[in-house]
Ligand binder design. Structure first.
Ligand code: ADP
Ligand code: MG
Length: 290
């Protein structure tokens, strides 16, 4: 392999908007057989907004939104930002805040224990979700929304769902991966139904949903079975371990520092198409070398 060709490939990459960590990264890109990717912020734009607010019986819509926003005011999650942005009333203060990664948040609000997060989180807290809310949540999830259950004391206050838009080039990028003969897999912490909806919109064949942040790397490892070369594309702190486990970690432009540090390639824009361009570039570069 000529170092000159690899250097030229790296320079071409930076012109395209792809930062390549070293010659090995460019070489690895041409061996990739599977592309795993995160959903939120990778396939979707990562700018969520409130989709629906469904209070439980006897609970006020505004009180539900205020409680949800109060809980989420201490979180940096894109879901949290969307809920806080939707609140109009002044938010009361909160105490004993705790973030439970991949699950949700909990705190004491106005002297009562409160929580916001996934259905699994509610179950873990020993809370019963009324059927009316399960139905509302299922409907929202089938529409591609992420669902947040909100608990006030020992009862459910309601559901707030948030939705994100699929990124402009995501479908085109998935088609490009497939055109390169690559298997595409979505790996997300979000619920199955929302994940499937988004996967269908962009043409991804395989979905691994409800994966806890600490388990994304295990999914990558499983995809690596039989010596498959796996690329992982992500943007979040919760993607970092999976990005470093992958044969080729690719950080999305605008992603977190943790994701960038764990990756071999960094896309300079939040454009998934650049990841397909990187694979094409590596194949061209390595073809020149041989
Ligand atoms: P992703 O893989 O899409 O980046 P995460 O692992 O960050 O997702 O979160 C997975 C799920 O955990 C979310 O879809 C949501 O149900 C729940 N969750 C995580 N953080 C929060 C939060 N701050 N508020 C409510 N729910 C949350
Ligand atoms: Mg993400």
């Amino acid at each position: 392999a000529t170092p000159t060709a690899l250097l030229a490939g790296s320079l071409r990459g930076s012109q395209l908007g792809i930062l390549i960590r070293g010659p090995q990264a460019l070489e690895e890109a041409h061996r990739i057989q599977v592309v795993a990717m995160d959903k939120t912020g990778t396939i979707t734009a990562g700018r969520m907004s409130v989709h629906e607010i469904v209070p439980a019986d006897g609970y006020e819509r505004d009180a539900l939104l205020t409680l949800a926003a109060t809980l989420e005011s201490a979180s940096e999650h894109p879901i949290a930002r969307a809920i806080v942005a939707a609140a109009t009333a002044p938010l009361p203060s909160l105490e004993d805040f705790a973030n439970v990664p991949g699950r949700g948040v909990r705190a004491t609000v106005a002297g009562r224990r409160a929580a916001a997060g996934s259905a699994a989180f509610m179950t873990e807290l020993g809370l019963d979700v009324p059927n009316s809310l399960v139905t509302a949540a299922d409907t929202a999830a089938a529409e591609g929304a992420s669902v947040v259950f909100v608990a006030d004391g020992d009862r459910l206050a309601g559901v707030v769902s948030v939705a994100d838009r699929v990124a402009p080039n995501a479908a085109e990028a998935i088609a490009a991966f497939k055109g390169l003969g690559l298997r595409t897999v979505m790996v997300t912490g979000d619920n199955r139904s929302a994940a499937r909806h988004v996967a269908q919109q962009v043409g991804i064949d395989e979905v691994r949903a409800e994966v806890l942040p600490g388990d994304k790397f295990a999914v990558v490892r499983e995809l690596q079975a039989d010596g498959q070369h796996v690329a992982m594309i992500g943007d979040g702190v919760n993607d970092a371990a999976a990005l470093s486990q992958a044969d080729l970690g690719i950080a999305m432009g605008g992603g977190t520092d943790a994701a960038i540090a764990a990756s071999d390639l960094t896309l300079m824009r939040g454009d998934l198409m650049l990841a397909a361009d990187a694979v094409k570039l590596s194949r061209r570069t390595l073809a020149t070398i041989r």
